[in-house]
Write a protein that binds this ligand. Structure first.
Ligand code: CP3
Length: 323
């Protein structure tokens, strides 16, 4: 996550050249370069498309800007009339730009490396559309819990447009897709099935209607003991797990057809070499290798030294072949 982010000097340089973050997202040649930057520097197995989950509401017709050092500012939705105005056709220039990026990366990515496409899950994207940016999400939560007709309609539109968006990425060359529900853990457990796993399950089914068996990773961040249910209820091939969860507990209740990724606290990359090695050992010994994608529990910190990432990868490679 955020592997192409601001901790890399080559990202910051390119970002400066592009002007704004959104311009970078919608410039296929530059977004291609950013997507491939981590692979050029590190011995990684995969690259994640450079884009953002807020491209979807932007493409549906809402105004979006990213304020420097602050985050996104998105036009809000709060009524059925607002929802009806949203374009869920999936046909727009923004998705076309992202598909062009995917095609460029797919053409140039090294043999044996995997290109991961992605989008946000309906609940997380809806929460930004309700709040207008990063916030405590109190408003979004109260809307989800009251579940007015307009929220149901919004979630249905997000499922439809997100499936179309993922399919466009897959047609263009994405080999795996990841669905980010960054705020899944913010909803009460009783609402989780309705607003987290059910909409994601519909997305997974929508993708597999066109590409049977297509591999999907689901990141329902913050659901703690709920990751096994997320896997079972969504049909994901792999669940991504935040830091602070006991990986053993999740793995022991998951069917062995489901893989796991994540769990390394990004803050470990700011600490000592000994702590990093201990964490890599803990994680690698909790999951059989054939069911494991090594990853962080969330986005990489902005001040992370790229050398710490090199060291991490070197340590992970020592476990190649572990069972
Ligand atoms: O590694 C990558 O860069 C892959 C592409 C990627 C980005 N965002 C680029 C980005 C991905 C997969 C995302 C997902 C994303 N975006 C999520 C879900 C994952 C998560 O982090 O929980 C969310 C919630 C967003 C929304 C978003 N985008 C916010 C809230 C912000 C601003 C605050 C922040 O943490 O940076 C962004 C900006 C953003 N998205 C940046 C990048 C590289 C930084 C923008 C910059 O260069 O200034």
């Amino acid at each position: 996550m955020r592997q192409a982010g601001r901790y890399l000097p080559e990202y910051r340089a390119l970002r400066q050249r592009a002007g704004s973050f959104l311009e970078l997202c919608y410039s296929p040649q530059l977004a291609r370069d950013v997507t491939l930057q981590p692979l050029a520097r590190f011995d990684l197995d995969a690259a994640i498309l450079f884009s953002d989950i807020l491209v979807v509401p932007h493409a549906m017709g809402l105004e979006l800007t990213f304020i420097e050092n602050e985050g996104p500012r998105l036009e809000t939705v709060s009524s059925i009339a607002d929802v009806e105005r949203l374009d869920d056709s999936g046909r727009n220039e923004k998705f076309d730009c992202v598909a062009s990026t995917v095609r460029l990366v797919a053409a140039d990515i090294a043999e044996g490396k995997t290109l991961i496409g992605f989008c946000g899950a309906p609940w997380t994207v809806a929460s930004y559309m309700i709040e207008g940016g990063s916030s405590d999400r109190e408003m979004a939560k109260s809307v989800a819990l009251a579940s007015p007709e307009w929220f149901e309609a919004l979630m249905a539109k997000l499922v439809k447009v997100s499936v179309s968006y993922l399919l466009q990425q897959i047609h263009a060359g994405a080999q795996v897709v990841q669905i980010f529900d960054s705020w899944a853990g913010e909803l009460p457990v009783a609402s989780r099935e309705r607003w987290v796993t059910q909409p994601i399950a519909e997305m997974v089914a929508g993708v597999r209607d066109v590409f049977p068996g297509f591999p999907v990773i689901v990141f329902a961040r913050g659901v703690a003991a709920g990751h096994a249910d997320v896997a079972l209820e969504t049909g994901a091939n792999c669940v991504s797990i935040e830091q602070g969860v006991r990986l053993d507990d999740v793995v022991s209740v998951l069917p062995d057809t489901v893989a796991v990724q994540g769990n390394l606290d990004p803050a470990i990359l700011l600490g000592s070499r000994a702590d990093l090695i201990a964490e890599v050992n803990r994680i690698c010994s909790s999951v059989p290798m054939k069911r494991h994608i090594f990853n962080l529990g969330h986005g990489i910190g902005q001040t992370t030294d790229p050398e710490a990432v090199s060291l991490l990868i070197q340590e992970i490679r020592r476990h190649d072949g572990h069972v």
